[in-house]
Every structure is written in structure tokens, then in C-alpha cells.
Design a protein around this ligand. Structure first.
Ligand code: SF4
Length: 168
């Protein structure tokens, strides 16, 4: 059963806390059951609508050391937090060179793993084995498509994107 945690009201100068108080509201949160990790801004696409401005030229990625720190944090707090799911996003999270290590470690801990995948990465050179890796590790794939019309998708994501998706 999830436990409710009351956040302390902030000092007088916090307008958000004052607004809540004026409305007789109390901000509460439940336990942390899903943790989303952004593992980098590298992506094989460069969509016009991308809110993190990911793309092939981006080099910012989560390091192996940071991943290890997160794994240590999970080992320490997961029971207290009732943590069940790790939601991996990017960029194309698969392009982080430590992606497979992280997924394997999370699955060893029997955590549910979500991969926010653009699907086209699975067809790129060097990533041919990722679909079977994700299947073997029972990773849930969450994929987005900006439009149901091929022309619109190509305009936003680049030529051939929807055809590649339909091949999968
Ligand atoms: S596929 Fe996703 S992460 Fe990559 S550029 Fe497009 S919106 Fe951004």
C-alpha cells in the first residue's frame, strides 16, 4: 500500500505555498513508484518538435559512474520508496553506450523497465541486435508517432521515418 507524505509548507516568501494555503489545499505526494531517467541527448533523429533538442550532434550522455550511483541509490531506497518501474528516455536512450548494462542491471533487480524508443534506432547500423536484447530482457517499449500521415511524419522527423516504422 502506498504511503502519503506531507510536504512541509514553505516559508512566507514562497508564493506557491501561499497560494495553496489560501485555497485550503495541501500538497502531498505518494511513494516514488516510477523513476524516469534521461540518459542523454544523443538521437539518430532531429525532430522539429523535440523539446530536449536531441539529435545526432548532441554529446551529452549519462556516464557509467552516474548510472552506478543511481543503481546504488536504488539498492538503498527502493523498498522505502516502493520503487517498481524505471522509465528510460533521451534522446534515443539506446545510443548511450552503457544502455545495455543499465537495462541488464535493472532487470537483475526485477524492476520493470520502459524504453522510450523512436523505433528507427532499431534499424540503424550497430543497433541491429537491440530489438532482440529488449525482448530478451522483457523491456516495455513506449513509442511515439507525431502524426498518422506519412508526409507529416517525414516533415517532422525526416524522410523515410514512417516507412521504417512500418517495417518493424
Ligand atoms: S526521436 Fe524523440 S528524442 Fe529523438 S529528436 Fe525526435 S523527439 Fe527528440
Amino acid at each position: 500500500m502506498s504511503q502519503t507524505v506531507s510536504l512541509p509548507l514553505a516559508e512566507d516568501h514562497d508564493p506557491f505555498a501561499l497560494r495553496l494555503e489560501a485555497d485550503g489545499q495541501q500538497l502531498t505526494r505518494t511513494t516514488l513508484q516510477t523513476l524516469q531517467l534521461n540518459v542523454g541527448k544523443m538521437c539518430n533523429l532531429a525532430c522539429h518538435h523535440c523539446h530536449v533538442e536531441a539529435g545526432p550532434g548532441r554529446t551529452e550522455i549519462m556516464s557509467k559512474e552516474v548510472m552506478q550511483s543511481i543503481l546504488d541509490w536504488i539498492d538503498r531506497y527502493r523498498d522505502q520508496m516502493d520503487l517498481q518501474t524505471i522509465d528510460l528516455t533521451g534522446g534515443a536512450p539506446e545510443m548511450n553506450p552503457h544502455f545495455k548494462m543499465l537495462v541488464a542491471q535493472l532487470r537483475t533487480r526485477d524492476l520493470h523497465v520502459i524504453d522510450r524508443c523512436n523505433l528507427t534506432i532499431l534499424l540503424e547500423k550497430g543497433y541491429e541486435d537491440f530489438a532482440s536484447f529488449l525482448a530478451e530482457h522483457q523491456v516495455e517499449i513506449v513509442a511515439s508517432l507525431p502524426c498518422y500521415l506519412e508526409d507529416n511524419v517525414d516533415k517532422q522527423r525526416g524522410s523515410g521515418c514512417i516507412k521504417n516504422r512500418l517495417m518493424l
